[in-house]
Design a protein. Structure first.
Length: 259
């Protein structure tokens, strides 16, 4: 499938999706959200063992396309969210492969939700993150409330949500909002090499780990014990676990096939 608002690449078991509306700072139009949902379905069906998400130009994503909202005024935002935002954000959450985000510039509003839905978030030193919603009279959406509060705690999350202030990458790293701030010139190389490294690891276990942390963050200790045991049953039956055990005995590095 070809896309108008995204770049899509799949090579060496690494899928890469790049928001591609640089003249609008990669703002989320309905067309982009539809294409993103389709691209994520394609990733889920493919042999990709890691996904890298980034943006073209000077922004990662400036959130909802406000010019489109204006052109279609008045819009039912609840309907818009449920129909167009939820499918791709849920698809990202449910992917069975690790997801890396490279925040190449500003990430605002729902754009920040997409960025933080990843498991590992790298950001260029010059980039900034922004819960821009309240600046235009809205509330955080597309999971931003959960993603931000789970990452930095209620106090810092509320400060970001209520003030709508820009958080520079360096500070975002300090408060645990992102994994790491990286030199601008090094960002894409580092993100690609991280995604490639993850794609060579035991994919089934990695997919289970990302789900298991969600359970761990929202469930009780007992629910976490149960999820861990369930998932370990699955991981323990994979060819990759058998390969790792054999490789250990043979004193050689394992070669994981993602099965
Ligand atoms: O729709 C729903 O269902 C509701 C869901 C809402 C979820 C949300 O995401 S709410 C948050 C929406 N986003 C924002 O409020 C951010 C709006 N943008 C800005 O405040 C500023 O653009 C930035 C602070 C992000 C960046 O400022 P700056 O000075 O670096 O760039 P700029 O000049 O403002 O923008 C450059 C161009 O991108 C400009 O176009 P032009 O004039 O050169 O033709 C601007 O209109 C366009 N642009 C930037 N953000 C958006 C946008 N176009 C459409 N939608 C945008 N969000």
């Amino acid at each position: 499938m070809s896309y108008k608002t995204l770049l899509f690449d799949l090579s060496d078991n690494v899928a890469m999706i790049s928001f591609n509306r640089p003249d609008r700072l990669n703002a989320l139009s309905i067309e982009l959200l539809r294409e993103l949902a389709a691209a994520l379905e394609a990733v889920a069906r493919s042999d990709a063992r890691a996904l890298l998400l980034t943006g073209e130009g000077r922004a990662f994503c400036a959130g909802a396309d406000l010019l489109e909202v204006q052109a279609q005024w008045p819009m039912d935002l609840k309907h818009l969210l449920n129909t167009y935002y939820l499918p791709p954000i849920q698809a990202l959450a449910e992917l069975k492969i690790p997801v890396v985000t490279a925040i190449n510039g500003l990430a605002a509003g729902a754009g920040l939700s997409f960025a933080l839905s990843a498991d590992i978030v790298l950001a260029a030193q010059s980039s900034y993150l922004m819960l821009a919603f309240a600046n235009i009279g809205l509330v955080p959406d597309a999971g931003a409330t959960w993603f931000v509060a789970k990452a930095v705690g209620r106090m810092k999350a509320l400060e970001m949500a209520l003030t709508g202030d820009k958080v520079p990458a360096q500070k975002a790293e300090q408060i645990g909002l992102i994994t790491r701030a990286v030199d601008d010139e090094a960002l894409m190389d580092e993100a690609r090499s991280l995604a490639r490294k993850l794609a060579e690891r035991p994919t089934v276990a990695l997919g289970l780990i990302r789900q298991q942390f969600r359970t761990g963050l929202t469930g009780t200790l007992e629910e976490t014990f149960a999820a861990e045991a369930e998932n370990q049953g699955v991981a323990g039956a994979t060819a990759d676990f058998a390969e790792a055990v054999a490789a250990f005995g043979e004193k050689r590095p394992p070669i994981f096939k993602g099965k």
